[in-house]
Design a protein around this ligand. Structure first.
Ligand SMILES: [Zn+2]
Length: 199
């Protein structure tokens, strides 16, 4: 029954292909920053320049990721980030048309995860664009949230709910159980019904 309720909610989430609506979600806050672009920020960097050796290239990528992460930490000093959806705007400036913006997304998201401590399962790309900038190409990164309360996705119904909608569980990472109170109640009712009818 609980599973059915979850499936029903997922049915409600079925979209028409015109989902790509022109309006971007309105955000409660957004932090903007810029970091220098290098091809080391691209996922296919380790494959692109074989001459230098993979280990050196991986080190370059790790260094670029750490540098971006550091910028984000500085920009976020004193700001609380909720355990909730994180929206990302990314403009990739590149010196030529060799690499693609898509391959930069991975490393930037990893750097954001390192800096703000919210798992990337919560990340959404709000905007992604690129342009050519021959001198001093930069990555322009915007990071924001719609909701400022801590939330969790219920393991049964799949709805994003504030932590208060879950029962407390001291040992769990977020201090709450995985299924929401409504689902637990529905499950208990269902269990009672099952025992009553099987008598
Ligand atoms: Zn639920």
């Amino acid at each position: 029954m609980v599973r059915e309720a979850g499936a029903r909610l997922s049915d409600d989430a079925t979209r028409d292909i015109d989902w790509l609506a022109p309006e971007a979600p309105a955000l409660a806050w957004m932090v903007r920053l810029a970091a220098p672009f290098t091809y080391a920020t691209s996922k296919n960097h380790t494959y692109a320049l074989r001459r230098s050796g993979h280990v050196a290239l991986r080190r370059e990528s790790a260094h670029a990721r750490a540098a971006i992460s550091q910028r984000i930490r500085e920009a976020f000093r004193g700001r609380r980030v909720a355990h909730n959806k994180v929206w990302i705007d990314l403009l990739v400036q590149k010196p030529d048309h060799r690499g693609d913006a898509i391959n930069v997304v991975d490393l930037v998201c990893d750097a954001i995860k390192d800096a703000i401590g919210v798992d990337d399962r919560w990340f959404c790309i709000r905007r992604l664009d690129w342009e050519i900038a021959k001198s001093d190409p930069m990555l322009y990164i915007g990071i924001g949230q719609e909701a400022e309360y801590d939330a969790q996705v219920c393991s049964h119904c799949g709805v994003i709910k504030p932590l208060g909608a879950f029962t407390r569980r001291a040992k769990a990472k977020l201090g709450v159980g995985r299924a929401c109170r409504d689902c637990l109640r529905a499950g208990r009712k269902h269990a009672r019904y099952a025992t009553e009818t099987s008598r």
